[in-house]
Design a protein around this ligand. Structure first.
Ligand code: F6R
Length: 239
């Protein structure tokens, strides 16, 4: 695992966008694993800018998002489908983009379908991640073990508290989500994790320096041959 420390969140976003741009330039038909939340926004803005300037073409790329809430409609303003449309897909020419369906009538079948689809596409070339305050990656919450496949997850109080900022009230935050499993993330050829701000400092420390422990799901990335953490000074303050 490599850790690269930057002065601020903007520099982290640009560094992340450069890694994605390098991936797409090297392999125009890349399969990208994408994330939602505050962490990737700066990166997405930079990718959009380069795309608009004619410097970056996604026309052969396919993307798979990490996760989606269960129980809110795809066009709900807080859904991850909506987030991705408004923060990236509406502004670039991605060939195909996929987000798991948190409202599928058979959620277990949807988990299997999503994993099979990623495998059929050849696996993920570059997986972008944020990290939860509790060390989660995607919605793989602290647990007694690492779960391999895409799964339905009960969100922890810590995650519901953290995500409440996107909703009108805490009661509106869904309590369940569909999430790519740890196997799907570890199978990616390259993993890039973004962490910015003091609230992430403990999780980053535990992931980078603590034991490899499913209570801090991001710690498994220490066993990945090509994982890069891009962090600002605040998120790196406990390293
Ligand atoms: C989002 C996701 C989550 C977030 C994490 C950090 O698709 O899978 O793991 O990356 O909760 O969220 P932010 O970036 O909002 O702090």
């Amino acid at each position: 695992m490599q850790v690269r420390i930057y002065d601020n969140a903007q520099q982290v976003g640009t560094a992340c966008a450069m890694l994605i741009a390098a991936q797409v330039t090297k392999k125009p038909d890349s399969v990208l694993g994408l994330a939602t939340g505050s962490s990737p926004i700066g990166c997405y803005q930079q990718l959009i800018e380069w795309h608009k300037a004619g410097a970056l073409d996604f026309s052969q790329c396919i993307s798979y998002n990490l996760d989606e809430y269960c129980g809110i409609a795809e066009d709900h303003i807080c859904s991850y489908h909506d987030f991705m449309n408004k923060n990236l897909f509406d502004f670039i020419n991605m060939k195909e983009h996929h987000v798991p369906n948190g409202n599928a009538p058979d959620l277990q079948a949807e988990c299997k379908r999503y994993d099979a689809e990623i495998e059929k596409a050849g696996g993920i070339d570059l997986q972008l991640l944020g990290i939860g305050n509790n060390g989660h990656i995607a919605f793989n919450e602290p647990n007694k073990h690492f779960v391999y496949g895409t799964q339905i997850v009960k969100l922890t109080d810590s995650t519901i508290d953290a995500n409440q900022r996107f909703f009108n009230s805490r009661e509106e935050v869904p309590t369940q989500a569909i999430s790519l499993g740890i196997g799907g993330i570890m199978n990616a050829k390259c993993v890039v994790l973004i962490a910015t701000g003091k609230a992430k400092a403990q999780a980053v420390r535990d992931a980078v320096k603590g034991d490899m422990d499913p209570q801090v799901q991001a710690s498994i990335l220490r066993g990945h041959p090509n994982a890069i953490f891009l962090v600002d000074k605040d998120a790196a303050s406990l390293l």
